[in-house]
Design a protein around this ligand. Structure first.
Ligand SMILES: NC(=O)c1ccc[n+]([C@@H]2O[C@H](COP(=O)([O-])OP(=O)(O)OC[C@H]3O[C@@H](n4cnc5c(N)ncnc54)[C@H](O)[C@@H]3O)[C@@H](O)[C@H]2O)c1
Length: 666
């Protein structure tokens, strides 16, 4: 096995294809000494005889792009997740991960494919194209008794392990606490030692915006049930949902709203992203005229028909129009990339998208000031709509945190800082947490590695067969979801499906699929999930925002989930810093499990699948979450003799309050 990148000659420089989105210049404040290190770091991948030619080219990238991507090492043309048989490899997992990586970098899937960004403005597969080539080189040679180690995109090497060990263990952006902040992270990223993996970008488990359509659909529907009083068997017909963002993940909003029956207006400043969603049929109408957008929405509401409208413009302008014209909004959110608010994730009102890109590159301080001013107007408009009866929720994009960072302390529950949360709930706190995560329902997914649509059809039917729609309303929602999934045309990239399931539902489906592979009914399957799940993510502003025992600031759960999955033999395990909310604000992890039809895989699934989810439910139960306690009690009964989850005693609130008051009096 070669321990360096095989390179006889330098690949030619290639032109960038017109129309493919490019990342803005990234923020980096490097000293002269840092720049020298950055350059040496990038040249570590390249044989010495090419350094003279490459050093100035890499330096130019650092100066103009803020990072060294090694553009000329990108393979020519479109990368895409091909059928697994098209890949070389000595074990099935080695080939399977190449499918997943190439899908994450597909022009049709990725946000900034040339900069290796899959979604979420900054979520990268790895840091540069030299790493990409070296990872692929290792994956081709990897055997089923070895493990490839990836640290922030860098393949550290292949080490001996055993058949039941993970084939890939990867981490992204984990920083020592003292330096765990955006400024130090940006410096480390510019020096080529830190990768922002987001969640499934650097975890190689992205399945296009479909991945989030299901979660968004669940959130909107349950928000309607909980906050608008819509009965459990009805949808959002006649209701108006307003939000912003039609990018990588946010692009799911229109589609999810339509599936949930609502009329939706989604603001987006970048026309190229509207075009993508329009071509896919994920938004049905487009206009830059606010009056037209509102008329379309009102007509759909009157007829009770679903309709997703893209407004080409700034969300703040949209909200001002709605206020000034007294338009009632039922549900309101935002999915601009506020986790990277000063890096281009949020476009300030009053300037065009093109001006935003120029300002970002030329005057970062002015850009920051414009963002802060815009966020202040944005939250004031939300406050006004809220006063008029709109339900607003933060959609896990750090919007409220960004508003706080812009200087608005009234957004804090305690009026001072973010420690007690914000005055508006995060969607997990109010909706997804209690209704889904506390039961273990989360974003389970799979990819049919054969690339055959018929395999996906067969797995959809098998999954549907595994669900009892009469057990709980969540099961009914999931059953309907998978029944209609094909009709809703959600595949972008590989033949993949998302389906919210609880622990035992996931296990049942996983075992069924592995049996189908064994019987030759379908080709191999990659199982995985979004990191945004019951047990995979510690994130006080999002996934763990409905944990109220003070442990929401701890990252033990995500770390245990990662280690436990490794111990049980998942094919790939990942642990990241940041994710959807930004550096220092979350620790999240995920897995990939290749189903090859073997009994060995059955055995791994039987212990790993319940652990991956129930570790999270157990922690939620210990935090005294009612639905989680109920779920754990049932799990203990059903798994007596193998598993046992600790259950809390519940103290009487009045007793606790009186005791504290008495003690304070003394
Ligand atoms: N809730 C979840 O489950 C979840 C999941 C993934 C991502 N996220 C978060 O959602 C955010 C969006 O993710 P993404 O992948 O879509 O990112 P993205 O950067 O691809 O898309 C965001 C879009 O918002 C647009 N935008 C920015 N400012 C705007 C403004 N003022 N008005 C109108 N449009 C504006 C941008 O042009 C961009 O297209 C991220 O912060 C991400 O972390 C949430």
């Amino acid at each position: 096995m070669d321990c360096v990148l095989k390179l006889d000659r330098l690949p030619e420089k290639k032109p960038f294809i017109e129309g493919i989105r490019r990342a803005p210049r990234r923020d980096s404040v490097l000293s002269e000494h840092d720049m020298e290190i950055a350059l040496k770091n990038a040249l570590r991948y390249i044989p010495e005889q090419f350094h003279e030619e490459l050093a100035p080219e890499f330096m130019e990238e650092l100066k103009t792009r803020g990072r060294i991507y090694g553009y000329r090492f990108r393979p020519e043309g479109r990368l895409w997740g091909k059928p697994i048989d098209c890949y070389e490899g000595k074990c099935i997992e080695g080939k399977a991960f190449q499918v997943m990586i190439d899908n994450n970098l597909d022009f049709e899937v990725a946000l900034y494919p040339y900069e290796l960004v899959t979604y979420g403005e900054t979520g990268q597969v790895c840091q540069n194209w030299m790493q990409y080539l070296l990872i692929k080189q290792y994956l081709k040679e990897l055997t089923n008794t070895q493990t490839l180690v990836i640290e922030s995109g860098h393949p550290l090497g292949v080490f001996r392990s055993h058949e039941n060990a993970p084939r890939v263990i990867l981490t992204n952006g984990l920083m020592v606490g003292l330096f765990d902040n955006p400024a130090d992270f940006n410096r480390a990223a510019a020096m080529g030692v830190a990768n922002y993996g987001q969640m499934t970008a650097g975890g190689w488990m992205y399945i296009g915006p479909q991945g989030i359509v299901h979660g968004t659909f669940n959130t909107l529907l349950n928000a309607g049930r909980l906050k608008l009083g819509i009965p459990k068997d009805k949808d959002l017909a006649g209701r108006l949902f307003v939000s912003a963002g039609l990018g990588g993940m946010s692009g799911a909003q229109g589609k999810a709203a339509e599936i949930a029956g609502a009329a939706a207006i989604i603001a987006e400043v970048d026309y190229s992203r509207i075009e993508t969603r329009y071509k896919q049929g994920w938004v049905s109408k487009v206009s830059d005229d606010l009056k037209t957008c509102v008329e379309w929405a009102q007509e759909a509401q009157k007829e009770g028909k679903p309709l997703a409208i893209a407004y080409h413009g700034n969300v703040v302008d949209l909200l001002h129009y709605l206020i000034n014209n007294n338009i009632h909004v039922d549900l309101l959110s935002d999915q601009t990339s506020c986790h990277a608010v000063y890096e281009g994730g949020y476009c300030p009102v009053g300037i065009s998208f093109a001006e935003r890109t120029r300002l970002l590159a030329e005057d970062h301080e002015a850009f920051k000031a414009a963002v802060n001013a815009s966020l202040k107007q944005h939250i004031a408009a939300i406050d006004e709509l809220h006063r008029r009866g709109t339900y607003f929720f933060d959609y896990g994009n750090s919007f409220l945190k960004a508003v706080y960072d812009a200087g608005v302390t009234t957004i804090c529950r305690n009026g001072e800082n973010e420690k007690d949360g914000f005055v508006y709930p995060s969607y997990v706190e109010d909706i997804l947490g209690p209704q889904l995560f506390d039961y273990g329902y989360g974003p389970f997914r799979w990819v049919c590695l054969s690339g055959k649509p018929e395999d996906l059809d067969k797995t959809d039917a098998a999954a549907m067969d595994c669900i009892d729609p009469t057990r709980r309303y969540q099961d009914r929602d999931n059953w309907v979801w998978v029944r209609d999934a094909k009709k809703n045309k959600m595949v972008v990239g590989t033949q993949a499906r998302i389906l919210y399931q609880d622990a035992m539902g996931r296990l049942k489906i996983a075992l069924r699929f592995n049996e189908m592979v064994r019987n030759g009914e379908i080709g191999p399957v990659m199982l995985g999930r979004d990191h945004h799940d019951t047990g995979g993510t510690d994130s006080p502003f999002r996934e763990t925002s409905n944990i109220k025992d003070g442990s929401n600031i701890m990252a033990d759960m995500a770390t245990q989930c990662f280690a436990g999955n490794a111990a049980r033999g998942m094919s790939l395990i990942a642990l990241h810093n940041g994710g959807g909310v930004g550096v220092g604000k979350s620790i999240n992890g995920g897995f990939g499990m290749v189903l090859d039809g073997s009994e060995r895989v059955d055995r791994i699934l039987s212990s790993a699948m319940p652990w991956d989810t129930m570790g999270g439910v157990a922690r939620r139960a210990w935090a005294r979450n009612e639905n989680a306690i109920e779920t754990c009690l049932a799990y203990n009964r059903d798994n007596e003799g193998t598993d046992c989850i600790t259950i809390p005693h519940l103290a009487d609130d009045a007793l606790v309050h009186a005791t504290v008051m008495n003690a304070l009096k003394d």
